[in-house]
Design a binder for this molecule. Structure first.
Ligand SMILES: NC(=O)c1ccc[n+]([C@@H]2O[C@H](COP(=O)([O-])OP(=O)(O)OC[C@H]3O[C@@H](n4cnc5c(N)ncnc54)[C@H](OP(=O)(O)O)[C@@H]3O)[C@@H](O)[C@H]2O)c1
Length: 154
């Protein structure tokens, strides 16, 4: 299973200055529960934003042409290389951004999990446009500050 996981503000922002623009513990804890036990694929800047990677329960693959070595982390020079490596780990694969990584993941993902944050935020990074007609809603749940939606590829 290849799942795209993202939190998106009302104005489509996903990041600002290399970080999440919001602090919504309920959403972040839900995110952590979704990716638990899986393989996480991220771009270099998203990797740099992860404060406490959990190497005991997750495998991390960082896509980067500039990084050389990080302890306990696999570095791949292309997204396709990352997917091939992730498949060899035999865990659920979670693609967790940023923008170009999401764009590539839309070609291969079968599941899309989005937390639609109810407020707008200032930001410098936006979720890529995608065709909602390609996806059917499998589950929705409303929380105070966001709407949680699981889509499956049609
Ligand atoms: N709201 C959310 O759900 C969410 C999720 C993820 C990230 N974010 C936020 O988004 C921001 C980071 O996203 P971003 O789009 O700016 O950066 P990013 O994708 O995390 O990192 C960009 C870097 O990743 C590498 N990379 C990306 N695509 C690649 C490819 N196809 N092939 C090879 N390398 C590739 C390159 O690294 P090199 O330059 O080293 O080659 C590139 O400079 C942060 O603010 C973060 O907090 C939010």
């Amino acid at each position: 299973m290849i799942t795209i996981v993202a939190a998106i503000s009302k104005n489509n922002v996903i990041g600002n200055n290399g970080m999440l623009p919001w602090d919504i513990p309920e959403e972040f804890n839900l995110f952590l529960s979704i990716i638990d036990g899986g393989t996480i694929i991220v771009g270099r800047k998203t990797w740099n934003s992860i404060k406490s990677p959990d190497f005991t329960r997750k495998k991390y693959i960082v896509v980067s042409k500039s990084l050389d070595k990080i302890e306990n982390v696999s570095i791949c020079k292309t997204f396709n290389e990352a997917i091939t490596l992730a498949q060899s780990f035999n865990r659920d694969i979670h693609v967790c951004g940023g923008v170009d990584i999401y764009k590539e993941a839309f070609k291969v993902a079968d599941t899309l999990i989005i937390s639609y944050i109810k407020k707008s935020y200032d930001g410098d990074t936006y979720f890529p446009k995608f065709n909602k007609d390609d996806w059917k809603i499998e589950k929705t749940k409303e929380y105070d500050e966001f709407n949680f939606v699981i889509y499956k590829k049609k």
